[in-house]
Design a protein around this ligand. Structure first.
Ligand SMILES: Nc1ncnc2c1ncn2[C@@H]1O[C@H](COP(=O)(O)OP(=O)(O)O)[C@@H](O)[C@H]1O
Ligand SMILES: [Mg+2]
Length: 248
């Protein structure tokens, strides 16, 4: 069984791409066959953060130039990478059928865990991908704009009939701040949506994260003992411990 985990936030710059890369590496370290897919078609952030220029990307897969498996590029960090295509038209140009085909291709990859990094925004295409996920991970920081965007993502996810969703509090000082961020959103979800949201984990604010990006190297390779790297390993373990199922 392949689990499709979609990383979203609404707001940009909250750490989705860092988290997707770190989570994929931590899952791979933990022994799970893992694919990291850059769903930010048009900007292809993952390639830039990792400093790689793979020959094949999701664009080739979607036009039928190669299979999804052929476009999976093994990365030294342990996961396989399916890159986005920089400069290509965004996900929106795929249409509903194209998006559903993309989900089917990702689910058929020969891995246990697929981590799909979405771009910023709340487009129909992003909503369709989020709704197709086994688990939607909503990345949130303590900034009010991030909280309201995360709430909007969760609300639309419910409207769209999406499955499991959970929060990841990023750039927090520690567990207490993560609990406060979670508490605020959980309360809003309970009150207005009739159902709370759980916190899967948190990642501390850590200067090693931007340092790794500057070096175009994955955090867990570059700074394996950093606080953020430790938190990512705990997050990956929590994900692995989450039963795969559509129940919220
Ligand atoms: N845990 C963290 N600690 C410190 N800085 C972080 C952390 N997570 C992300 N960042 C910084 O936030 C910025 C945006 O991250 P990115 O992953 O590109 O966000 P998004 O994909 O949501 O737009 C990056 O410059 C990165 O260095
Ligand atoms: Mg990003």
């Amino acid at each position: 069984m392949t689990r499709l985990t979609v990383i979203a936030s609404g707001k940009g710059g909250v750490g989705k791409t860092c988290l997707a890369i770190g989570l994929a590496q931590a899952l791979a370290e933990g022994g799970a066959r893992t694919a990291l897919v850059d769903g930010d078609l048009g900007l292809a952030n993952v390639d830039v953060q990792l400093g790689v220029t793979p020959a094949r990307d999701l664009g080739h897969v979607l036009t039928g130039a190669c299979t999804a498996e052929q476009a999976l590029t093994p990365h030294p960090a342990g996961f396989a990478l399916l890159p986005g295509r920089s400069g290509a038209a965004g996900l929106a140009s795929l249409g509903a059928e194209g998006l559903d085909r993309m989900v089917a291709l990702l689910r058929a990859l020969p891995v246990e865990e697929v981590v799909l990094d979405l771009g910023a925004g709340l487009s129909l295409a992003q909503r369709r991908l989020a709704a197709a996920a086994d688990l939607l991970l909503v990345v949130v920081t303590e900034e009010p704009t991030s909280l309201t965007d995360a709430y909007a993502v969760l609300k639309l996810h419910r409207t769209d009939g999406g499955g499991q969703a959970a929060l990841v509090a990023n750039m927090v000082q520690g567990p207490a701040q993560a609990a406060r961020v979670h508490g605020a959103l959980d309360q809003a979800c309970r009150h207005f949506l009739g159902q709370g949201v759980k916190l899967l984990g948190h990642v501390r604010r850590d200067a090693k994260v931007p340092a790794a990006i500057r070096a175009q190297a994955p955090l867990l390779t570059r700074h394996p003992a950093s606080p953020a790297a430790r938190d990512l390993r705990i997050l990956a373990a929590a994900l692995r411990a989450t039963p795969l199922g559509k129940a919220a």
